[in-house]
Design a protein around this ligand. Structure first.
Ligand SMILES: O=C(CO)[C@@H](O)[C@H](O)COP(=O)(O)O
Ligand SMILES: [Co+2]
Length: 226
């Protein structure tokens, strides 16, 4: 059995934006706030930018986990570091100089993460894996909240675990999209330890209780890991 813990990162993409302060208070028992930036090009949707991140930073004590779904992360990463991001994720499919970008994030004192779309194999990270604090495995095609989990993600999580063991590293492994109390145990058993959940937290009647249920069921998945 592992001593590792499961971290819960509610995605404010599913929050009521007109009451963002109260929504952030309602998830104070979470570990991170997941902040989805969508540019209308990398993904077919637009969300929010640096100004709302700055306001969120002032309204919560939780670390801000910024997921950049943008075509030009080299330009935008510095904006989000300056606005208070604690973890910055850019997509493998969007970047051109991953190593430089990771260095820039570390120089600013933040944690660096690279995200993989469902169609991108984990081997894409081979050259950069040792530098990463976290890997984000997208379990839906990015762009929208409330989609269904892609079952093939389980094999990909296991492949990532094997690759990390080969490299002798243990970055955090975040999963994002279609995760709820019913499947969190399975993704944790396969190797995930940071759980993003948007609709399953913010559409629940009691947000804090939904977070605790994810944490509890995730811990059961940890116990099932080989
Ligand atoms: O990055 C994304 C979507 O592109 C996510 O972070 C979603 O916000 C997750 O939402 P649910 O699938 O949990 O509703
Ligand atoms: Co996300």
């Amino acid at each position: 059995m592992s001593n590792e813990s499961v971290l819960i990162a509610p995605s404010v993409l599913s929050a009521d934006f007109t009451r963002l302060g109260e929504e952030l208070e309602s998830i104070a028992n979470a570990d991170l706030v997941h902040y989805d930036v969508m540019d209308g090009h990398f993904v077919p949707n637009l969300s929010f930018g640096t100004e709302i991140l700055r306001q969120a930073k002032a309204a919560t004590k939780l670390p801000l986990d910024v997921h950049l779904m943008v075509t030009n992360p080299e330009e935008q990463v510095p904006w989000y570091l300056e606005a208070g991001a604690d973890v910055v994720t850019f997509h493998y499919e969007a970047q051109t100089h991953a190593d430089r970008l990771v260095g820039l994030i570390h120089d600013a004192g933040a944690k660096a993460c690279v995200a993989l779309n469902p169609g991108t194999p984990v081997v894409a990270l081979d050259a950069i894996l040792d530098e990463l604090d976290m890997v984000l495995v997208m379990t839906v095609n990015p762009g929208f909240g409330g989609q269904s989990f892609i079952p093939g993600s389980i094999g990909k999580l296991r492949a990532l675990r094997r690759m990390c063991a080969e490299h002798g590293v243990s970055p955090l492994v975040e999963v994002d999209g279609g995760i709820g109390a019913d499947n969190v145990g399975e993704v944790v058993a396969a190797g995930a330890n940071v759980i993003v959940a948007g609709s399953k937290v913010f559409k629940a009647a009691d947000h804090a209780a939904a977070i605790e249920e994810l944490r509890r069921n995730g811990a059961m998945g940890l116990a099932k890991r080989a």
